[in-house]
Write a protein that binds this ligand. Sequence first.
Ligand SMILES: NC(=O)c1ccc[n+]([C@@H]2O[C@H](COP(=O)([O-])OP(=O)(O)OC[C@H]3O[C@@H](n4cnc5c(N)ncnc54)[C@H](OP(=O)(O)O)[C@@H]3O)[C@@H](O)[C@H]2O)c1
Length: 247
Amino acid sequence: MRPPQSLLVLGGTSRIALATARRLIARRTRTVWLAGRPSPALESAASELRALGAEVRTIAFDALDPDSHEAVLGKVFAEGDIDMVLLAFGILGDQARDEREPAAAVRVAQTNYTGAVAAGLIAARALQTQGHGSLVVLSSVAAERARRTNFIYGSSKAGLDTFTQGLGDALYGTGVHVMVVRPGFVRSKTTADHEATPLTTTPEAVATAIELGLRRGSETVWVPGRLRLVMWALRHLPRALFRRLAE
Ligand SMILES: NC(=O)c1ccc[n+]([C@@H]2O[C@H](COP(=O)([O-])OP(=O)(O)OC[C@H]3O[C@@H](n4cnc5c(N)ncnc54)[C@H](OP(=O)(O)O)[C@@H]3O)[C@@H](O)[C@H]2O)c1
């Protein structure tokens, strides 16, 4: 599959999404929509991508307001074909606080799962109507197995991941490609050196993996790639042992 000419990012300030947009603009992408909560950060992300030569527009999008998603995505698709939708919004939450305050936990679930179900279904239908395109969804290694330290976030990503796999099956053979991306812990540039482990990654590495996954038409992408095997092994460990390892 060729790199997209047009890209819609849901979660327009996400550092992984912006690294991906920069990489795709360097290839072939000419039109970028950054959908997100209005903020100076969203506008400066748009300016940064414009400076790379893309035509960039921003549009207000709130994952926590699923009733508005139809209108927001409808407006974008009405302006022209979208070759790739990158579903990048998400919040980590704060596990300790979220356990104390269920309303905060619900916010994590509603952003990462419910919001993505609404936006994902609407994007998928729009891509199917135009007859081509990719829906790329940022899941997480945390979706693979529950951990004491982040199970609220992890369970929201597990729901998102399962949803995306099923959506991929539903769209198989329609000309629309669905890809789940499972990054490990993503370091920022400033912490890149001292937090590096074989299972951590960077936004730029995720962007590279997404581009490769698109070219291959992959359904699942792990970043770094070795996580696939590591998580396969961890998934089969007895709970008591995993509990101790994951502390
Ligand atoms: N960073 C990691 O270690 C890691 C690892 C695995 C998977 N992931 C996943 O990859 C995705 C992107 O991660 P990242 O590191 O690039 O995150 P990031 O830089 O923190 O960006 C998160 C994005 O989500 C948006 N967002 C949050 N709540 C929203 C809402 N209610 N409506 C619309 N947008 C909302 C934020 O927008 P605002 O600017 O409005 O806040 C921001 O654009 C996330 O889904 C994350 O869970 C991250």
